[in-house]
Ligand binder design. Structure first.
Ligand code: HEC
Ligand code: HEC
Length: 156
C-alpha cells in the first residue's frame, strides 16, 4: 500500500477504473471483445457492445439465432453458452437499455433512439454502426472516432 500512497489520488483512481472498466468512465470504449465474440457475432455486422442492452435483450437474441432477421446465425451449443454468458456478464441494467421490440434490436432501445433519433442516413441502417462510429468493430464508440455522413443530423 505504501506504493499507492505516493501516487497522486487522481492517478490511482484512473488506474483503478482502468482495471475495473477496461477504460475510463464516459469514453464509450467497450472493447476489446473476446475473439470468439468477434468471430461469431461480428462477421455480418459489427459485434454490438454487450453493455448497451440488458440481459433480457441478449437472451432473446441468443435464443432466436436460428431465425435471426431473415438469416440463420445459429452456433453450436457450447459456443452459444459461452457467448451468452459473456453478454450477460457485461450487460447493462438500466431501464433505457431494455429491449423495446420483440426481437430485441439494440437500435430500438430507448437510449439508442434518444441518442440517434429514428431516421438513419439515406439508404443506410442504424445497425451498421461503423458508418458513423469508425472504430465500432473494436468496440470504441468514443466521440473522437465519430464521423457522421454529410447532411445527416442525429435526433431528427
Ligand atoms: C449470418 C449473418 C449474421 C450473424 C453471424 C449474426 N448476425 Fe446479428 N444480424 C444479422 C442481420 C442480417 C441483422 C439485421 C440487420 C438489420 O436489419 O438492420 C442482424 C441484427 C442483429 C441485432 C439487432 C441490430 C439492431 O438493429 O439493433 C443484434 C443485437 C444482433 N444481430 C446480434 C447478433 C449476435 C449476438 C450474433 C452472434 C451470436 C449475431 N448477431 C450474428 C446477421 C447476422
Ligand atoms: C448515422 C450515424 C450513427 C450510427 C449509424 C450509429 N451511431 Fe451511435 N452515435 C451517433 C452520434 C451522432 C452520437 C452522438 C450523440 C451525441 O451525444 O451527441 C452517437 C452516440 C453513440 C453512443 C454514445 C451515447 C451515449 O450514451 O452517450 C454510443 C454508445 C453509440 N452511439 C452506439 C452506437 C451503436 C451500438 C450503433 C449501432 C447499433 C450506433 N451507435 C450507430 C451516430 C451514429
Amino acid at each position: 500500500m505504501r506504493y499507492y500512497k505516493k501516487l497522486p489520488a487522481t492517478l490511482v483512481t484512473c488506474v483503478l477504473m482502468g482495471a475495473i472498466g477496461g477504460a475510463g468512465a464516459g469514453d464509450h470504449d467497450y472493447g476489446p471483445y473476446p475473439a470468439y465474440y468477434t468471430e461469431e457475432c461480428g462477421s455480418c455486422h459489427v459485434p454490438y457492445p454487450p453493455q448497451r442492452m440488458t440481459q433480457a435483450g441478449w437472451e432473446t437474441q441468443i435464443n432466436g439465432l436460428k431465425h435471426h432477421y431473415g438469416t440463420d446465425a445459429s452456433v453450436d451449443a457450447p459456443a452459444s453458452r459461452t457467448i451468452l454468458s459473456y453478454l450477460v456478464n457485461n450487460a447493462g441494467w438500466k431501464d433505457k437499455l431494455a429491449p423495446a421490440d420483440p426481437t430485441a434490436r439494440i437500435t430500438m432501445t430507448r437510449w439508442f433512439v434518444k441518442e440517434h433519433g429514428t431516421v438513419a442516413p439515406k439508404g443506410k441502417k442504424f445497425s451498421d454502426c461503423s458508418q458513423c462510429h469508425t472504430q465500432a468493430a473494436t468496440g470504441n464508440y468514443s466521440e473522437s472516432t465519430l464521423k457522421t455522413p454529410v447532411g445527416w443530423r442525429h435526433g431528427q
